[in-house]
Every structure is written in structure tokens, then in C-alpha cells.
Write a protein that binds this ligand. Structure first.
Ligand code: SF4
Length: 425
């Protein structure tokens, strides 16, 4: 049912990928806790790390100080790092105190960091031991959010992948939608699927551990985030089948994603058209308005969130932009292939990063808009380039039809700001 999409005569799926393995400028995977703790309302994230990790979380989540926190850092002191203390005994004590104080916690994630990895603290063993101790009230899992192993969106991937092996087994034919979305966006998506008669629909992550998320050989799963490579592999290992599709950004991406799901669940073309017609029209109108500023402008993506390929597809095909380079920390054909098929050939596709070389390419191209991490944005702005922070695209609701206009506006705002600054100079 994706035939109404007209792929370019030459897409980017077979474009040779420029692979770079040098210094990279990205946040670590701890950042994902900021959106995951809002999504999973009975979970707690205990980072086993340093004061630096605590500062990162506190500043990234500064707005949450009035809420009952659902994340914390168990700080490894110098004596822990020097191996003078029994870090496992201390961790057990910290967890027992936490769980005694907070009966609302049903899932506890021990999150590894650079320091815990350097001293080779075995958090997998700790999670097994603590699960036995605190079952059945609390499930304890572990994953790594360290900057050595993960870029910032990989924290969510590692977290969800850690949950897959403990999901209950099911033989039911169900749709599993994978990836954290803001509740309001998730509800819109569930409304569209329900109107098409697709179901039962399960979610990973679910808002509560008691939700009926399970997996088995008749599970078909669709990803809503393009950074879930490990979770994809873990679900396939459990026998589930991936519904490959472009990601639901913009009118076209959303329609293609819904269409792939509808096709897998036998929805008729008439039903599909009836359900999607009105929101598609709204999305098209909103995009057309916001993309007036973007049409004909060039865009350069530094690798950061792994959203780069689907966003480049959206900007090129629906907003009239010309991608110069599309960098992504990792490219998985099973995940990114459908978007690469639709992205018109032309841009350099790069994977990984060698930041100095990439900065040289960017300065030579002088794009109208550069999408990059916080660390690169200020120096590039100082060089007269217009930038967009990649992290904002992860924190802002941008998926599905009703957010398509906002997504285009996020990019347009940066270009308008630069025009105002230049006019004032
Ligand atoms: Fe820094 Fe590593 Fe802690 Fe992330 S995990 S805040 S990169 S020390």
C-alpha cells in the first residue's frame, strides 16, 4: 500500500557511505533518562556513576526539580574507583534504602556510566541479584548509558533492549509499537490505528509495568524511532517480525509508516484513505506554510541523534531543501533503508564522525542550515552559519500528522533567526 509514494528515480540506499571513526562530539546515553523517566511512570533510573554524570542529568532535567524524581546517581567515590570498597555491597544498600522509601517503584534500571565501566562493575550480576531480592514487587534491569559506548539516543535503545528478554511470551497476533513518544502523540497514533481496526496494539515502553506488552512469533513490530537497532535485534531474536517502513515524520513518512502497518494487518485501501485523508490534508497545509522559508535552502547534518536520515528525507521531499551531507552515528539498513530509498540521490551519506574533517566539509559547503549537537552549534554560529540543535528534535513532539507543521517550523525558525540577526548587523 505504499505505491502512492513516488520514490525518486535514484534514492540514496546504494550510495557509498563515507565511514569515519575519529573524535566525536555527542552527548552520552544517560541523556535518554530525561524522556524515559517521564514515559515509564513506575520506573526509576539509578545511574551508577560520577559527579559529572549527576551534573549532566541535573542540568538536562533542570525543569523537573519540583516533581518527585525518578532518577538519581549513586556516586562512585575515589575509594570505590580505587577498589578499596565493596561497590556491590554499597549498591545493594543504596537500592534497599531507595525501594523502602519509594513503594511506587516497580522497575529499577541500574544504568552504567564511564566510571562504572572503567572499574568493570558488573551491573548485570547486580541486577540479577537485586531482582531475586526484591521480586515480585520490583524488576531490576541494567543497561549502559556510558559515553564510551553510547551516543545520546542509544541510551533509549539500550534501555528498551534490556527489557525485551524479560517480556512475557505470547502467541497472539499483535502489533507492538516500539519507541518512546510523548503521551499526546502516542494517543494520536493509537487513535489512527484504532480507526483502521488495527489491534491489539501494545507499546514498548509501556507507561506501566502491568500493561500487557508481550512478544512472540506472531508479534509484528513497528519502530517509531530510528535509533533502536539493538532493540530491533532483540525483538527479532524473540521471534517477532519487523514491519519495515519510513519513519513517521511529515505527511509522507507518516502515511508510509501507517500504510506499512495497515498492509501487514489487512486494512482495506478504502478504510486507510478514509482514516488518513483529513489529517493528511491538515499536515500538508501546515507543512506548506512552514516550509516557505526552507524551500531551496541547503542543509548539512552532523551525526548526533540518528534521526538525521528520516529528517533529511522529510526536508528534501516535503520542504524543498537540498541536503549537502547527511551524517548519522550509525546506519542500519533494516531501519534506515526505507528512508534512504526515498531520499533523492545527491548528498554525501556519512556514518560515524571525524569532527575536524567534517567541520572542514561543512565550512566549505556553507549550508543555509546546519543540524548539530550543542557543542558545535555556538562555534558554527560564530562563523555565520545558521544552526539547529539536534537534541531539540528529540525533546519536542515531532512525529505523525499533527506535528508535521511544527517539525518544519523548528527548522524554519533557525533560518529566520539568522536573517533577523543579519538584518540588524
Ligand atoms: Fe560523562 Fe561518561 Fe557520565 Fe556520560 S556517563 S556524564 S560521558 S562520565
Amino acid at each position: 500500500m505504499t505505491e502512492h509514494l513516488s520514490p525518486p528515480t535514484a534514492g540514496c540506499r546504494s550510495t557509498p557511505v563515507l565511514k569515519e571513526r575519529g573524535q566525536r562530539e555527542v552527548f552520552c546515553g544517560l541523556t535518554g533518562i530525561i524522556w524515559l523517566h517521564r514515559k515509564m511512570q513506575d520506573a526509576f533510573f539509578l545511574v551508577v556513576g560520577s559527579r559529572t554524570c549527576a551534573h549532566l542529568l541535573q542540568s538536562a532535567a533542570g525543569v523537573m526539580i519540583f516533581a518527585e524524581p525518578r532518577f538519581a546517581t549513586a556516586i562512585l567515590e575515589e575509594s570505590d574507583l580505587a577498589g578499596l570498597n565493596d561497590a556491590h555491597a554499597e549498591l545493594d544498600r543504596t537500592v534497599s534504602e531507595l525501594l523502602a522509601r519509594r513503594p511506587d517503584i516497580r522497575q529499577l534500571f541500574l544504568v552504567g556510566s564511564c566510571p562504572s565501566e572503567v572499574i568493570k562493575l558488573d551491573l548485570g550480576r547486580a541486577a540479577e541479584r537485586l531482582t531475586v531480592e526484591h521480586a515480585p514487587r520490583v524488576r531490576v534491569l541494567n543497561y549502559s548509558g556510558s559515553g564510551i559506548e553510547t551516543t545520546f539516543t542509544q541510551g533509549e535503545d539500550a534501555c528498551l533492549a534490556s527489557m525485551v528478554p524479560v517480556l512475557p511470551e505470547t502467541q497472539a497476533r499483535e502489533l507492538l509499537v516500539v519507541g518512546a513518544l510523548p503521551d499526546v502523540v502516542e494517543d494520536q497514533m493509537l487513535g489512527l490505528l484504532d480507526a483502521m481496526g488495527v489491534g491489539p496494539v501494545r507499546l514498548l515502553p509501556a507507561r506501566h509495568i502491568d500493561n500487557t506488552t508481550a512478544v512472540g512469533p506472531n508479534t509484528q513490530f513497528a519502530l517509531v524511532q530510528p535509533f533502536l537497532g539493538d532493540t530491533h535485534a532483540a525483538l527479532v531474536r524473540r521471534g517477532a517480525t519487523h514491519i519495515a517502513a519510513p519513519f513517521p515524520f511529515g505527511d509522507e513518512g507518516t502515511t508510509a509508516w501507517l500504510s506499512a502497518v495497515a498492509h501487514a494487518f489487512g486494512v482495506s485501501d478504502e478504510t486507510f484513505a478514509r482514516v488518513t485523508e483529513a489529517p493528511r490534508q491538515r499536515a500538508r497545509r501546515a507543512i506548506a506554510q512552514a516550509s516557505e522559508t526552507l524551500n531551496g535552502k541547503s542543509v548539512f547534518f552532523f551525526p548526533d541523534s540518528q534521526l538525521e536520515i528520516p529528517l533529511a528525507r522529510f526536508l528534501a521531499r516535503e520542504c524543498g531543501m537540498q541536503p549537502v551531507e547527511v551524517g548519522s552515528p550509525y546506519i542500519h539498513d533494516a531501519l534506515h533503508g526505507p528512508d534512504l530509498d526515498l531520499l533523492p540521490a545527491g548528498p554525501t551519506i556519512s556514518e560515524g564522525q571525524d569532527v575536524d574533517k567534517q567541520l572542514d566539509r561543512c565550512m566549505a559547503a556553507r549550508p543555509d542550515l546546519t543540524v548539530c549537537g550543542l557543542g558545535l552549534a555556538n562555534p558554527l554560529e560564530a562563523q555565520g552559519l545558521s544552526t539547529k540543535w539536534a537534541i531539540e528534535l528529540v525533546f519536542t513532539p515531532v512525529h505523525f500528522y499533527e506535528q508535521a507543521g511544527d517539525l518544519a517550523s523548528l527548522f524554519a525558525r533557525s533560518i529566520k533567526r539568522r536573517a533577523i540577526l543579519e538584518a540588524a548587523e
